[in-house]
Design a protein around this ligand. Structure first.
Ligand SMILES: NC(=O)c1ccc[n+]([C@@H]2O[C@H](COP(=O)([O-])OP(=O)(O)OC[C@H]3O[C@@H](n4cnc5c(N)ncnc54)[C@H](OP(=O)(O)O)[C@@H]3O)[C@@H](O)[C@H]2O)c1
Length: 302
């Protein structure tokens, strides 16, 4: 997102703890002011909003807000100061899929702490925008992938070994019928969505938007395509959930359950219509980049 903003002529300040480098090196970072701040620590002593205010921002892009209280702390300080406040949500605000593709208009039924808190944050921000004119927009990414991102795999967890199994044509067990869904998005398409929301501020304020690829994939379809990348025939075994979860680690089972219990399948119709969002990557094209990166960095060997 930062290179995209610099290219458009924005003067960018990136605030983080300074522990991590950008996902991708880019010459644009030379023109970016980097501020080292720990949001959690500063929120604890009530000074985070003042630190942000001191930067005199016209637009604030908030990538690491996870609760209503955290959002309120910042919003109260930014009222009447910023032209646009964009906050990162998650498609987990929906809970389990009901009528698919899920639109932003569906009632929120989140489960799990993360989704519940993000939904409360979203509802607070949209209320602030609609009742009090605060210029907030909430953008909900799917499973972010691309170079530098360990991808959510066809078993619905983050164990990179699953890609090795498929690449070698070995047997892979999937839960149930393998027909539950996951919905990825390329990191650059997430960036595109945020930038287009800034460029279409009037349409974006007071609204939330999904930022996902044009179509979700089933676990089975995803696995079959990964096998095909390595010229292998898929060697899949389908197991009932209770049996499948015993065949993997507790951590992998937890992530898979979290993903298949949601089985996200979200619409990008609203973002297309109001923002002109047009993802460059399908789910599989986006994951392909992550897998190439895993191979190049020897995280997996095929
Ligand atoms: N990852 C996904 O698939 C996904 C899916 C849907 C929604 N989201 C949402 O996307 C947002 C970003 O998530 P992510 O996965 O991209 O996280 P991430 O890769 O961990 O990036 C978080 C960024 O924030 C900085 N940061 C973390 N803690 C901080 C703190 N206490 N103070 C200041 N800076 C801090 C990190 O840099 P330093 O470590 O250098 O501080 C890093 O630059 C979140 O709101 C998340 O809910 C993510």
């Amino acid at each position: 997102m930062v290179p995209r903003l610099v290219e458009l002529g924005h003067e960018v300040t990136a605030v983080s703890r300074g522990r991590r480098e950008p996902y991708q090196p880019h010459a644009a970072w030379k023109q970016v002011r980097r501020e080292t701040q720990d949001r959690e620590a500063l929120e604890a002593d009530g000074s985070f909003a003042d630190k942000i205010l001191a930067l005199s921002p016209e637009i604030v892009i908030d990538m690491i807000c996870f609760t209503r209280d955290s959002a309120r702390h910042l919003v109260e300080a930014l009222k009447g100061v910023v032209q646009h406040y964009l906050c990162c949500g998650t498609i987990w605000v929906h809970g389990h899929s009901e009528i698919v593709p899920t639109t932003e208009a569906r009632p929120r039924k989140p489960f799990g702490e993360y989704g519940i808190q993000k939904a409360a944050m979203e509802s607070y921000l949209l209320e602030e925008a609609r009742l009090h004119g605060f210029p907030a927009t909430v953008l909900h990414p799917g499973h972010i992938v691309g170079r530098g991102w360990p991808p959510l795999n066809p078993a619905g967890n983050f164990n990179a070994h699953v890609f090795e199994i498929l690449a070698r044509g070995e047997k892979l067990a999937l839960p149930n019928l393998g027909l539950e869904t996951v919905h990825h998005v390329h990191a650059d398409d997430v960036a595109q969505g945020f930038v287009k929301a800034i460029q279409n501020c009037k349409a974006a304020v007071g609204e939330s938007f999904h930022l996902v690829s044009p179509a979700a994939v089933t676990l089975r379809g995803y696995a079959e395509h990964v096998s095909a990348w390595f010229a292998r025939k898929p060697n899949l075994r389908l197991l009932p959930w209770e049996q499948w979860k015993e065949s993997v680690s507790e951590e992998d089972a937890w992530f898979t359950w979290d993903h298949i219990a949601h089985s996200p399948n979200c619409s990008i119709g609203k973002a297309r219509r109001l923002l002109g969002y047009e993802p460059r990557y399908s789910s599989l094209q986006a994951v392909y980049e992550s897998v190439q990166w895993l191979i190049e960095h020897k995280v997996i060997s095929i």
